[in-house]
Design a protein around this ligand. Structure first.
Ligand code: SAH
Length: 395
């Protein structure tokens, strides 16, 4: 192997427990050409091989790809086995049959033993997003593995330009690794609901797949209710509410493009006469909506991307939830979410509690929500659980 990272004595415990990150402070010495994005061998202070991973200069110095004394440099067969394994899990979840649901997450980074890699599938198109230099460099092999492991793929789109560290890939451009755009609107189905997805110009890989199960839950409560879906993006919750028989659905997002996408998706349900969309800031919108809604969804973008921003994020969640709780009609349901990885479920619940106190409204927790099974969390990497939600009944 080209380069080796040797850990300080006693710093090998977390790798032996299969945690996939080596922090820079754990490294004793580096030998050979240790280059960003290349594969390095990681050994204990006594020279024992602990595994291999992608190197990056920074706080997380190595993201592990394979563990143990038998670990080898990843080759085409390695990538194919990883992607096939990820596919088999989704097949077992009933997501790959192109039936009611043909949009799913195929690779969820550490949750699939692929730190730094996200792959989302939209029918016959896969969208790859590399969050590390190592995964960025591996894209050709990943694309090959996808074609071998996923039946019926027509195209593979690389959407890494916004996510790969700039220094590691200056001037990175998004584009097709295989196949091409067919120039047509791409409609996928989630639990039977149609959605137009545009991975080329949309946020993230084009659609927020992680709310699938929570949208289904909302559909159970939506009939006859007046629903407000804030931070709606492409209107996932809105379409479910419309088709479930909500009395009316209002969607709010500050992005004009998001509002256009929401309106398009509402039109696909054929029930757009019960839908209104507003390109507006949610905090402004919520100022004067007293008793207008019986069900409110609050699904903001991550308020904290780093630990240093956590305190401000909690204040943000408190302010947002207080605004929602104040406005909701008596007996209303609040679906409230946080997708900040550094905000734990306990901290989030604390912020929502503070919000209810501030708003002076008693509230009860009906459900505690999280991400769906195609966003698995490795037991050895609990940090992978990022989405948390509460359904509150507000008195
Ligand atoms: N609930 C969505 C995903 C939300 S993503 C779904 O199920 O698909 C977060 C969205 O919040 C983005 O579309 C972004 O444009 C929007 N946003 C961010 N800040 C906002 C603000 N202050 N007011 C309104 N929308 C905002």
């Amino acid at each position: 192997m080209s380069a080796t990272v040797t850990l300080k004595p006693g710093k090998d415990q977390s790798l032996r427990r299969l945690h996939p990150w080596v922090f820079s402070g754990a490294i004793g010495r580096m030998q050979g050409e240790v280059v960003e994005g290349e594969v390095v061998a990681v050994q204990a202070a006594n020279g024992e091989l602990l595994g291999v991973g992608h190197y990056a200069p920074g706080s997380i110095a190595v993201r592990m790809l394979a563990f143990g004394p038998e670990a080898q440099l990843p080759d085409a067969a390695f990538w194919e086995a990883k992607i096939r394994n990820a596919y088999l899990l989704r097949e077992g979840l009933g997501l790959t049959g192109q039936g009611n649901t043909n949009v799913y997450r195929l690779a969820h980074a550490e949750g699939d033993g692929l730190p730094g890699l996200i792959i989302d599938v939209y029918g016959d198109v896969a969208v790859v997003q590399a969050h590390s230099a190592g995964m960025y460099k591996a894209r050709p092999l990943i694309a090959q593995a996808l074609q071998a492991a996923v039946p019926g793929l027509r195209a593979i789109y690389d959407k890494s330009a916004e996510t790969v560290p700039v220094k590691a890939a200056p001037g990175a451009q998004n584009g097709y690794l295989f196949g091409e755009s067919n120039g047509q609107e791409h409609i996928v189905h989630e639990n039977g609901h149609p959605f137009a997805v545009d991975w080329e110009t949309g946020q993230k890989t084009g659609f927020f797949i992680d709310q699938r199960d929570n949208r289904s839950l909302l559909a159970r409560y939506a009939p006859g209710r007046r629903v407000l879906n804030t931070f709606c993006y492409t209107g996932g919750f809105s379409s479910y509410a419309l088709e479930a028989g909500a009395e009316l659905v209002h969607s709010v997002d500050s992005s004009k493009k998001a509002i256009e996408l929401t309106e398009r998706n509402a039109a696909l349900t054929g029930l757009q006469n019960r839908h209104e969309a507003y390109a507006q800031d949610v905090f402004t919108f919520l100022k004067d909506r007293h008793n207008q809604y019986d069900l409110i969804v609050l699904d903001p973008p991550a308020f904290a991307k780093h630990l240093s921003a956590r305190h401000n994020a909690l204040m943000g969640y408190k302010r947002l939830n207080a605004a929602g709780i104040r406005q909701i009609a008596p007996g209303g349901l609040l679906f409230t979410f946080s997708c900040s990885q550094v905000v734990s479920a306990e901290l989030f619940e604390g912020a929502v509690l503070a919000a209810a106190i501030e708003a002076g409204r008693p509230a009860r927790i009906l459900h505690r929500l999280t991400q769906p099974a195609d966003h698995p969390v490795s037991l050895f990497h609990p940090e992978g659980e990022y989405l948390k939600g509460l359904v509150l009944a507000v008195e």
